[in-house]
Write a protein of this length. Structure first.
Ligand SMILES: Cc1cc2nc3c(=O)[nH]c(=O)nc-3n(C[C@H](O)[C@H](O)[C@H](O)COP(=O)(O)OP(=O)(O)OC[C@H]3O[C@@H](n4cnc5c(N)ncnc54)[C@H](O)[C@@H]3O)c2cc1C
Length: 402
């Protein structure tokens, strides 16, 4: 394939990955357009995300770290508690000395808003209400695709950052079936005034292990007067329609959350009594099976983030891994543009690099779950996870292949 410059890149999805990619590209003088199916309205309630040193390092490279830091709260550890307020586990989420960054709890919408503002400052076009439908044609030089409204566009590259239910994935990895992990989370918010900690320095964020499930709370600060919480249960797969019905059935959600009410400690009972009905939303945990490929044969269509590798949420890793995908892909697009190195060779390396990362990650989630239950296997070493440095790795490959 001739090494045509990759510019005018289409990014499908204006979520965490898509917007950050547009920023990285713009800073390398590579233009892109973000197409987002939502209409750009902020949700009434936005869930929290935990950002870890590996993800924060990427944000630092993007010039977003200071702004994000100012809007979140530091969380050096994640705690697991039993129903009697005793610590079962304390998992390290960062350390300046060891990793250069401390974990950060922040509302997702704040991250989205920051990325949107940064993208706009860089003259990135973000088109809202534009739902990708299908690929029309792909050549060695470009890709032509259609939106649900019938509009057709051609770009030099299409990057699908369209989340776990990705439609772009249908082209790259047809017939992929999401796997239901057997768990459901009901998320919501509770007024901070209703959270009566048993002792003043009760550690947060905490996953409290209960009789038949667990409740996570404090994943973002109560600076807006509320704490986010998530109640997690084992559950059968209800399918798309079933989940929609459940989402719209607030009394049922409340009664599910309160199932073991009598068995919970008074702090959790108080939280369950005061959860804001209108804030409830569900998150059934699906995962994307290991895909053979994250790219098309001609290399003009690529998927990243949850579209490529949505994983169970226990480790709080999805966004952090998506950021790594983004930085590495942007650096390789730039490397390809600046040299005679073919785009396909860059893409091959990117895919192998990112897939190898996912091997260790797949083994981590069950270990974290065991730790939460108090099953320790010694002090875990998270250096491999948190000290991952995309710039170092990409530069090493570039200098090796120059
Ligand atoms: C409740 C919850 C809590 C989480 N907590 C954490 C955490 O603590 N730490 C962590 O690291 N990760 C967390 N994650 C995971 C993290 O949010 C994802 O891994 C991350 O958002 C993936 O980014 P993405 O860009 O791939 O997808 P998303 O951020 O999901 O963005 C996808 C975007 O694509 C748009 N879209 C979808 N289809 C189309 C289409 N056809 N055309 C155009 N646009 C489309 C969507 O509207 C959306 O804006 C959490 C996820 C959830 C649901």
């Amino acid at each position: 394939m001739a090494n045509d410059k990759l510019d005018n890149i289409a990014i499908i999805g204006g979520g965490l990955g898509g917007l950050l990619l547009a920023i990285f590209l713009a800073d390398r003088n590579i233009s892109s357009t973000v197409y987002e199916s939502r209409f750009g309205e902020p949700p009434a309630y936005s869930g929290p995300v935990m950002l870890l040193p590996n993800g924060l390092r990427v944000l630092d490279k993007a010039g977003a770290y200071e702004q994000i830091l100012a809007q979140g709260s530091l969380a050096p550890h994640n705690y697991s508690m039993n129903n009697s307020h005793e610590i079962l586990d304390c998992r390290e989420c960062g350390s300046i000395e060891k990793y250069g960054y401390v974990g950060l709890r922040i509302y997702r919408q704040r991250v989205i808003n920051t990325f949107t503002e940064m993208a706009r400052e860089r003259n990135v076009t973000i088109v809202y209400g534009k739902k990708f439908s299908h690929i029309v044609a792909e050549t060695d030089k470009n890709v032509t695709f259609a939106f649900a409204d019938g509009d057709i566009q051609t770009h030099s590259l299409l990057v699908g950052s369209d989340g776990i239910h990705s439609i772009v994935r249908e082209y790259v990895a047809p017939q992929t079936k999401l796997r239901f992990s057997g768990s459901l989370s009901i998320l919501g918010f509770v007024p901070a005034s209703a959270v009566h900690k048993p002792y003043p320095n009760y550690p947060l964020p905490a996953a409290v292990m209960g009789p038949t499930g667990n409740i996570l709370f404090g994943w973002a600060d109560a600076d807006s007067g509320e704490y986010p919480l998530a109640t997690n249960f084992a559950m059968e797969d209800l399918g798309r329609q079933g989940w929609e019905e459940l989402q719209n059935d607030t009394p049922r959600l409340l009664s599910m959350m309160r199932k073991d009410y009598e068995k919970w400690n008074p702090m959790i009972q108080g939280i369950l009594d005061n959860v804001k009905r209108e804030s409830l939303f569900i998150w059934p945990f699906y995962t994307v099976p290991t895909l053979d490929s994250w790219k098309s044969d001609k290399g003009r269509v690529v998927i990243l983030g949850d579209a490529a590798h949505a994983i169970p949420p226990q480790g709080g890793l999805g966004a952090n891994l998506t950021f790594e995908d983004v930085e590495s892909l942007a650096r390789l697009i730039d490397a390809s543009n600046r040299s005679s190195r073919s785009w396909t060779s860059c893409l091959e390396w990117w895919q192998a690099y990112r897939k190898s990362r996912m091997v260790g990650i797949a083994e981590l989630a069950p270990k974290i779950m065991k730790r939460r239950q108090g099953e320790h296997d010694g002090d875990a070493d998270y250096t491999w996870l948190y000290n991952y440095d995309v710039e170092r790795d990409v530069n090493a490959w570039i200098s090796k292949t120059t």
